[in-house]
Write a new protein. Structure first.
Lengths: 327, 319
């Protein structure tokens, strides 16, 4: 069992390495760091620009393979992700942002899974009841709302609530308030800022789990082993919880891994809407500023998140699925 | 089919070519026989939500195609006497910060979004069908390599790469179509591969192989036509997925670029003035949701109508 998880983890590690390096080459091809210097006054010549970029390993005259090798060695040996075209250290930027984003993505994923699975089980047990029909209609609608629209609607509702219901704790911008001192006030302040972005990410994430968990559970509800469980004297609720759900959860657990990229995509938009200084917003900024190293660091972060989600999903599968444990 | 059998069965008479019972049964048989298209249309029409979706989509297409003739403003015209004006008789959906008529922008943006979504979806499905069924048909090393690529691209945050590539290339919506296609075919290809693995074992494929039909021809003539219903459903749902990612890209500024307008760029415009000028956000958001919801309803309806084993299509029951 441990071997199974370790083998999978090694595979994911390889995936992170390949994805990050692929992003490095893509970013080097498609982003032009020189454009940061073109609008400066007095006008720099191309030679001057290239020389300014050289200390950051961004000089386009240097062969791409050399630049890549410099970048790779500095990342692997010193964990130094390089500098932006204007000389800002990427490490300094991502340390704080990665924490902020990881917090958001983790919380939203956990909430989405819990809410989605609970709703899926509840509605599957009451197929075609009014609760089922209603929640399914809502889910289909939410499923089709673009992330940006959903986030903006959450902002709109929050502003309306703040104005009309006199609420003070719904923050629509930023990940913390300036000037908060002390440990407990800081934590409370962070949590309050976390409410709305998490809500809008969860809103977009729960739907998939609801709809798939519902249909997965409906497939197992009619299975023979569930009928046998009922025949041994279990109530319907017990049979669903102990036998049907356990089987139906396996594909859901596996799908968590594949949903993390989507959550991160959602986070890119949510962070932009809520003005969060997280990795998602950093990614948008780095691309607009042609910051090759920053973009690659973001991609590595997203790949790491995916891998962590996938390894957790693998561990969950091991616990849920006896077939994996045996073989 | 089953009604035919029942109509013929009770007669009990020895069946002879000139006997009476079969002739009596013939009108019933002709009544029961429907063309495939008619059958699908009937099964589709039985699903009220799907019909509602089709009506909404038709109205949206009409709006995109003809809505421009109803206003004297073009989406590029700036009315400097009305900057950020609320909806009125002159500007039906109001104007934005630059004085552009939001109605004209919405018509144009919907056109753009629809064109991009439909072309990407068609291209994606074609690409996915060829790759997915090809991988399943050839099997072995080709299959494993293709699946490895698909899984890799599915797990890699492809949106990041999409944003990266389209930032440099886009601005032109035709380039955006290609970029979205290149990074959008994987999940459909995986589904098609999964279904094709059972198709490749069918007798008609074996028969074609024994008759010396080449692999390309087997894929094009025997595998892909048998995936027809799956492809059509994926086509409609692909439109939804494309609209969503195009909106996301344009919203962040990596998709359609400023002189041009799509629903995503309009949303980005409206985002900053959510409380002071809500109409800038409300109209594109409403159109987007109508578009995606109607396409999903149609996709669900088609899935039920085209699936011969689906209970919803044949029985009166609703989903």
């Amino acid at each position: 069992m441990v071997r199974h998880v370790i083998r999978k983890a090694a595979g994911w590690l390889l995936m992170i390495v390949v994805a990050t390096n692929a992003t490095y080459f893509l970013a080097s091809w498609f982003l032009d760091p020189r454009s940061n210097y073109r609008d400066l006054r007095p006008v720099r010549s191309e030679d001057q620009i290239d020389r300014a970029l050289a200390p950051y390993h961004l000089d386009p005259r240097e062969p791409l393979v050399h630049r890549w090798w410099d970048w790779l060695t500095s990342v692997t040996l010193h964990f130094d992700w390089g500098r932006s075209p204007t000389g800002v250290s990427v490490n300094g930027e991502i340390g704080y942002r990665a924490l902020v984003s990881a917090e958001l993505v983790t919380l939203a994923t956990v909430l989405s899974v819990v809410i989605g699975v609970a709703l899926g089980v509840y509605t599957a047990a009451r197929q075609y009841g009014w609760a089922d029909r209603f929640s399914q209609a809502v889910s289909i609608l939410v499923f089709n709302v673009p992330a940006s629209v959903a986030a903006l609607l959450v902002v709109f509702v929050a502003i309306w609530l703040n104005q009309h219901a006199g609420l003070r704790f719904l923050y629509v911008a930023g990940e913390n308030s300036p000037g908060v001192e002390g440990l407990l006030p800081t934590i409370a302040d962070r949590l309050l800022h976390l409410i709305l972005p998490t809500a809008s990410l969860t809103l977009m994430g729960y739907v998939g789990y609801h709809l798939t968990q519902r249909s997965l559970l409906l497939d197992t509800l009619g299975a023979d082993f569930v009928r046998t469980a009922r025949a041994t004297g279990l109530t319907r609720a017990q049979a669903i919880r102990r036998h049907a759900l356990r089987t139906a959860l396996i594909p859901t657990a596996a799908s968590v891994a594949f949903s993390v990229p989507a959550v991160f995509t959602g986070a890119v938009i949510t962070e932009s809407v809520f003005a969060w200084n997280g990795m998602g917003r950093y990614f948008v900024q780095t691309i607009s500023k042609n910051d090759v190293h920053g973009t690659v660091a973001t991609a590595a972060f997203a790949a790491t998140l995916t891998a962590v989600g996938a390894i957790l999903a693998d561990i969950a599968t091991v616990f849920l699925d006896p077939r994996v444990r045996v073989s | 089919m089953s009604t035919d059998a029942r109509a013929g069965a009770p007669s009990g008479a020895p069946v002879r070519p000139d006997a009476e019972p079969p002739r009596a049964a013939r009108p019933a048989r002709e009544h029961a026989h429907l063309g495939l298209g008619r059958l699908y249309a009937r099964r589709f029409a039985r699903n009220r939500l799907a019909v509602a979706g089709a009506v909404i989509l038709a109205l949206l297409v009409l709006f995109a195609a003809l809505g421009g003739h109803l206003t004297r403003y073009a989406y590029t015209d700036a009315d400097f006497t009305a900057l950020t004006a609320p909806p009125s008789g002159v500007h039906w959906f109001g104007t934005n910060q630059g004085g552009n008529d939001v109605y004209a922008c919405a018509v144009h943006g919907l056109q753009r979004s629809l064109t991009i979504a439909v072309s990407v979806s068609v291209l994606t499905v074609v690409l996915a069908a060829v790759i997915g069924s090809g991988a399943a048909y050839f099997g072995g090393r080709v299959e494993r390599a293709t699946l490895a690529v698909i899984h890799f691209l599915l797990v890699v945050p492809s949106f990041l790469i999409l944003a990266l590539v389209s930032h440099r290339l886009a601005g032109d919506w035709r380039v955006l179509i290609i970029v979205l296609t290149v990074f959008g075919w994987m999940s459909t290809a995986r589904v098609i591969w999964a279904v094709s693995t059972s198709l490749r074992e069918r007798d008609y494929v074996k028969a074609a192989e024994f008759m010396g039909v080449g692999p390309l021809r087997v894929i094009l003539r025997h595998l892909i036509p048998n995936l027809g219903s799956l492809l059509i459903v994926n086509l409609t749902l692909g439109v939804v997925a494309t609209v969503l990612s195009e909106t996301a890209l344009s919203f962040l500024g990596f998709g359609v670029q400023t002189p041009d307008v799509s629903l995503g760029t309009m949303l980005a415009d409206g985002a900053t003035t959510l409380t002071s000028a809500p109409w800038l956000f409300a109209f594109p958001a409403g159109l987007l949701v109508l578009l995606t919801v109607s396409m999903t309803l149609i996709g669900d309806g088609l899935r039920d109508a085209l699936d011969p084993t689906s209970a919803t299509g044949s029985a009166g029951g609703r989903r």
